[in-house]
Design a protein around this ligand. Structure first.
Ligand code: HEM
Length: 551
């Protein structure tokens, strides 16, 4: 068994090390992988081979950072030295946000770089450079290539996802155009899901129920989201929801593991570690029968048979561009992928927003008043239309302020240069460089926002009221982006799900505000966010108390 593994490892290593040799050549190293491999195959155990691999990783990484340093004539934040840059890379894992804020302040309207384990991360700041990042064509600064590196797309989500991202246009067009049609489903699912979530809580004094916010909100948002993706009853199946929740976390973890290896080993580790087909099999257990049944009905009755659900499964079936994509397993995997794009960002935004609402109950009264005004009798869901929710400027502002202060991380607009790219300030990045903007530092820039570090839930509502025209005011809507608001990215790849995501968030928040009183277990205190490298998460230990309101 060990021998077989060793053979597999070494075979794959051989091909990869060939590439590495060319990386090493400029440094005058003479490295003959074939000879070395012949020797180690005969004498080493699997553990020893693994240790050797680890050594190769380190050697390669050192050389890589060193090589990149020579290429980039950009000021560094953190150490540039051969070994010290590793210390800075480690620091970036611990306090990325602080390092990025420092870089932003020092190099405003400019460019700086930060050492990562195996490369430099180039960060651009200022409106003009940001516009370049947003508008550069995919063939120059590529979002897909950046994601391919950062998320190891081919090994975590499957090649199909990257080669044919047709779900993007479904979200951008069909889903967004159908918001009015799917709104009743979102409301209906919220009505059922909230009491189920509260039932999982623990009763405390005065009729209050304590909820483990992070896990419960994750499941809640996943359920409401999947009502629109796959319909009910599947969206209420707890193990199906768990599979989707774990999928998002799994992809990120696996990408991190693969990225811990040097570039030349990643294809090999990725293949060894590939979990796409396992996931496809598991999601098929839940979605397979439903998709097959719909296929049967379409074949029998035509694609607009009565009662055909208006959800992602139907849209995927109608738009799948090839026989392979029309296969039941491909459609099921695609649902999992859209869940990956939509669930995490929507649920973390919801949790951040609820933590603010629960820590400062002053907001709930104002928001409730607004909801009552625009939804007339909010108890009647037929009053809830996209238009009436659109008139709730305070709610819209509350969500935008949540995304401004918290967002989904410190970085935005990750792109990889495919050619030698020159920014207008003369900075040149060689092909293969990872370039990004910093979203948190931009959002907390005092020159862009007054009292930028303070959460002011109605900040954007006030700006809208003060605007001279409705059109000018609409620039402050949560879905409007600019170089000062990067929560949804920008340019060609701007989040296509933002209209749907924010509608879903508004419905859930409105339902909660109308039907429940809410506070933090530790009254008046909003739990601190957790940071993992540049990723920002709402506190995972937060407990929120709910109490059903009368009437
Ligand atoms: C509050 C909720 C959400 C936030 C904060 C958010 C944020 C983002 C961000 C920052 C990007 C990257 C844009 C870029 O690089 O320029 C993105 C892309 C994307 N988002 Fe969202 N998103 C949210 C909800 C959703 C939902 C609900 C869906 C779908 C159901 C979705 C689907 C996508 C897709 C498919 C992309 C990739 C776009 C492309 O390939 O061009 N998002 N999102």
């Amino acid at each position: 068994m060990v021998g077989k593994w060793r053979a597999i490892v070494l075979n794959k290593m051989e091909a990869s090390v060939h590439h590495a040799r060319y990386d090493l050549l400029p440094y005058g190293w003479c490295f003959q992988p074939e000879d070395a491999l012949l020797t180690i195959t005969d004498t080493m155990s699997f553990l020893e081979v693994f240790l050797l691999l680890a050594l190769v990783i380190y050697l390669n990484s050192f050389l890589y950072v060193s090589r990149c340093r020579r290429c980039l004539n950009v000021p560094a934040v953190g150490c540039e030295g051969f070994l010290a840059s590793y210390w800075s890379a480690f620091q970036f894992i611990r306090k990325a946000n602080v390092i990025l804020q420092e870089g932003y302040q020092k190099h405003k309207n400019g460019v700086f770089k930060i050492p990562l384990v195996d490369r430099w991360l180039v960060v651009v700041t200022g409106d003009q450079l940001l516009d370049n990042l947003r508008t550069a064509p995919e063939s120059v600064l590529s979002m897909w290539d950046a994601m391919l590196d950062l998320l190891q797309l081919d090994h975590t989500l499957g090649r199909q996802f990257r080669e044919n991202p047709y779900h993007d246009s479904i979200i951008r067009t069909t889903l967004t155009r159908n918001l009015a049609t799917i709104l009743p489903n979102i409301i209906d699912e919220s009505i059922h899901a909230f009491p189920d979530m509260i039932a999982n809580g623990k009763e405390v004094d005065g009729g209050w129920i304590s909820i483990d916010a992070y896990d419960e909100f994750s499941a809640l948002v996943c359920r409401v989201l999947h009502r629109v993706l796959v319909g009910s009853p599947v969206c209420r199946n707890k193990s199906y929801l768990q599979l989707n929740i774990q999928f998002s976390a799994g992809v990120t973890t696996e990408a991190t593991v693969i990225n811990a290896f040097p570039r030349f080993l990643q294809p090999f580790i990725g293949n060894l570690y590939n979990k796409v087909s396992g996931r496809q099999t598991r999601v098929l257990e839940y979605l397979g029968p439903e998709i097959e049944e719909r296929k049967r009905k379409v074949a029998e009755l035509g694609s607009d048979y009565e009662g055909r659900p208006d959800d992602l499964i139907s849209w995927l079936m109608d738009s799948a561009p090839s026989a392979l994509e029309r296969e039941t397993s491909s459609i099921a995997l695609r649902v999992l992928i859209v869940n990956f794009m939509g669930h995490h960002s929507t649920f973390t935004t919801f949790t951040h927003a609820i933590y603010h609402l629960a820590a400062d109950p002053f907001y709930a009264d104002d928001l409730r008043e607004e909801l009552v005004m625009h939804l007339s009798d909010p108890e009647h869901i037929e009053n809830w239309t996209e238009k009436s929710l659109d008139q709730c400027w305070k709610l819209d502002s509350f969500l935008k302020e949540t995304l401004r202060v918290h967002g989904i991380g410190a970085l935005a607009l990750p792109r990889k240069s495919l050619v030698c790219y020159t920014f207008p300030n003369g900075v040149v990045v060689p092909p293969g460089t990872l370039v990004t903007a910093c979203s948190t530092a931009t959002h907390l820039d005092e020159e862009k926002y007054q009292e930028a570090h303070r959460f002011n839930g109605f900040r954007f509502e006030k700006l809208r009221v003060r605007a001279k025209t409705l059109e000018q005011g609409s620039k402050h809507k949560v879905t409007s982006t600019s170089s000062s608001f990067l929560a949804f990215g920008g340019g060609k790849h701007i989040c296509p799900g933002r209209f749907f995501g924010t509608l879903l968030l508004k419905c859930m928040m409105a339902h909660l505000i109308i039907h429940y009183d809410i506070k933090m277990e530790n009254e008046g205190v909003r739990p601190k966010d957790d940071w993992f490298g540049p990723v920002e998460l709402p506190a995972r230990q937060g407990k929120v108390l709910f109490r059903k309101r009368d009437g």
